[in-house]
Design a protein around this ligand. Structure first.
Ligand code: AHR
Length: 647
């Protein structure tokens, strides 16, 4: 469907929207639209982190999870051990007793729901090995497709009696979504094995041990103003021992201590027993990603409380110092000079320049007085030692109610720079709440809409909950966020990523399998707002008022002083097309504009890996005559009108 353009005089029933370009209402923060990354739905291990080997260091609760023994004309045994390990951070390794003078004995790894392999791509394999007898005469690596054909491989040199890292690269001969990796020994003897790794060479920015390029590209295309990480409930942990501790995620990858991912056991109907966190993607990599994306890093730290939906453990107030020290050390890791302890570590990881951290979150979705009590202690230290850092505090898990009200009333007495609000609600809530921030105190604490998504109908396909209805609802709501950019300084959809075969939570912004990734309708809505962000909000008025759903239309409008553009967003939630007149006041506009539209036939439509462009932006150039122009909005559509003006 395309917009029906009518270049004649205003039709009778048209809604005239006045765009008053010379009267900016407020500045828009560069951080306005961002992304929220949490390792849920295989977002990190098995997703963004391009490692293809699952349980690479045998630290899962079951050391053989993801692995199988292979005996072909040979035999052997496998034992898990942690005496005299290759590294102390992740001490477990496997000992293989090989008895295969003619054939092979070894292991195969299934990857994360298989391994996605691309034809002609170079793959980098590495492993730590040690043999107690030099009678292992051959060590070979093989990639096999789901039919059992070999699609790549290499041989390793003779093994040493000491732990040694072996590295070899090879090209794949076929594309395969469900490959497995085999490490095979011929000979007789004992081999110790640890840190088995396989990475594609085409990672983001070609970084060794890096991130999946297609997934980062989808983030880069959003042009996010910030990236919030690493969670979410991941930060809190089911209990405090399982909380996210940034210090265990930096330094050499093999020393980053693996823990269970709390989403492993969280969703009873979506249990994921093979979900752990290797922290191959750790805080250094998140900061680097933020830098690559041109986004402000927004780390969230545990505030001395585990998830209140689970264990709800709290650290006694007089024992909170190590948690606060973690925050101070993180600031030093990001911003400290290379002579400081943590700045030196950052430099040793390849980034002597600072990461210019400006924001820090204290706690995720905590509630009641125990949060406020702990938040106060963090705030006192952070404000005195680092007044330059903006602190993000939280309003709990819901959009309103007793916990929400308590958080706001108590936090108002303190000095957080932003309060993080979360809402996962049905689409109707989003339509109704486009005016949510109209009445917020303009001089009060700023809002971070840190997690939101419209939750509607579900069907069988993994991607099915990301309906056009949900995206339309979010678009309507986001016009309200944008109009209120003096109150709302940051906003991010949640969650960000989901593997179609390994998700725990939906809807999500981006779906992927082992080879491909797609933007949901919700992704394209985010992209409209983020790509056409502007520098100031300008009035878009219908009968003198903001359009907040009158006659099923929502609208907001911004100006970008730097590029000389005006962006008018108009959302039509009606099943009817709507004639509209834009009355452009105050500036001299060019003779053409662009209209970008997102729409679909049915509110139930969604994008999927097999059909990724059901809802996809369509652009058209339109001639502009004079100060008023008429056009017709498609039914159930999100539109941005892009106008150029003479600066
Ligand atoms: O985004 C999924 C979860 O929703 C987050 O971990 C948590 O903050 C919220 O409850």
């Amino acid at each position: 469907m395309t917009l029906l353009l009518v270049l004649t005089a205003s039709a009778q029933k048209s809604h005239e929207i006045s765009i008053i370009a010379k009267k900016p209402i407020t500045d828009i923060q560069p951080t306005m639209w961002g992304v929220f990354f949490e390792d849920i739905n295989f977002a990190a291990d098995g997703g963004l982190y391009a490692e293809l080997v699952k349980n690479r260091s045998f630290e899962f609760s079951l050391p053989m999870m993801g692995w199988k023994q292979i005996s072909e004309k040979g035999e052997g045994r496998v034992m898990a051990s942690f005496y005299s390990p290759a590294n102390t951070g992740n001490p477990h390794f496997l000992t293989l007793v090989v008895n295969a003078p003619e054939g092979v004995f070894g292991l195969s790894n299934e990857g994360f729901r298989g391994m996605g392999i691309k034809k002609d791509m170079k793959y980098n394999f590495s492993v730590s090995l040690r043999t107690s007898a030099a009678t292992i005469i051959k060590t070979k690596i093989e990639l096999k497709n789901s039919k059992g054909d070999i699609i790549g491989g290499a041989e390793l040199p003779p093994l040493s009696n000491e732990w040694k890292k072996y590295q070899v690269s090879f090209k794949a001969t076929q594309t395969e979504a469900k490959a497995n990796l085999r490490i095979l020994f011929t000979g007789k003897g004992t081999v110790d094995m640890d840190m088995v790794s396989l990475f594609p060479s085409d990672t983001w920015k070609d970084r060794p041990y890096g991130m999946r390029k297609d997934l980062v590209q989808l983030l880069a295309d959003l042009k996010p103003g910030f990236i919030r990480f690493p969670g979410g409930c991941i930060v809190e942990g089911r209990d405090l021992t399982n909380r996210y501790q940034w210090k265990t995620t930096v330094g050499p990858a093999e020393d980053r201590k693996l823990i269970m991912n709390r989403w492993n056991v969280e969703m009873q109907n979506h249990l994921t027993p093979d979900y752990f966190q290797t922290f191959g993607l750790g805080f250094f990599e998140y900061f680097q990603l933020a830098e690559d994306l041109g986004a402000e890093p927004l780390p969230i730290l545990n505030c001395g409380m585990s998830c209140q939906f689970n264990a709800g453990e709290v650290v006694p107030l007089n024992e909170l110092d190590p948690y606060i020290q973690d925050a101070l050390d993180l600031i030093e890791f990001a911003n400290g000079d290379v002579t400081t302890k943590w700045g030196k570590l950052r430099a040793s990881m390849g980034h002597p320049a600072t990461f210019n951290l400006k924001f820090l979150g204290v706690g995720n979705e905590q509630w009641e007085e125990q949060y406020i009590d702990r938040y106060k202690l963090f705030e006192k230290v952070l404000k005195s030692k680092h007044p330059e850092i903006k602190i993000v505090s939280g309003a709990g898990p819901s959009s309103d109610g007793k916990y929400f009200d308590l958080a706001w009333s108590e936090l108002k007495k303190l000095s957080p720079d932003l309060i993080d609000e979360h809402y996962y609600k049905e689409p109707g809530w989003f339509f109704k709440n486009a005016s949510r921030y109209d009445d917020y105190d303009r001089k009060g604490i700023k809002v971070f809409a840190g997690e939101y998504a419209a939750h509607g109908q579900e069907a069988e396909e993994s991607e099915s909950r990301n309906t056009w209805l949900s995206a339309l609802a979010e678009a309507a709501f986001m016009t309200g966020l944008e109009r209120n950019a003096d109150v709302v300084n940051m906003a991010s959809y949640a969650p960000l990523f989901a593997h179609v075969e390994a998700w725990q939570w939906r809807p999500d912004l981006i779906w992927f399998d082992n080879l491909t990734s797609i933007g949901t309708p919700n992704y394209y809505v985010q992209k409209v707002f983020s790509n056409y962000k502007g520098t100031q909000v300008i009035p878009a008025l219908y009968q003198g008022k903001a359009l907040e759903g009158q006659d099923s239309i929502y609208s907001s409008s911004v100006i970008d002083k730097n590029t000389g553009k005006v962006y008018v967003k108009i959302v039509n939630i009606s099943p009817e097309s709507k004639p509209v007149v834009l009355n452009l006041q105050g500036l001299s506009f060019g003779k053409e504009c662009t209209i970008e539209t997102l729409t679909s036939k049915s509110l139930k439509d969604f994008n999927s890996i097999s059909n990724p462009k059901i809802i996809y932006p369509v652009s058209k150039q339109v001639e502009l005559k004079g100060k008023k122009f008429n056009f017709t909005l498609d039914p159930i559509s999100v539109n941005v009108i892009i106008l150029s003006f003479k600066k």
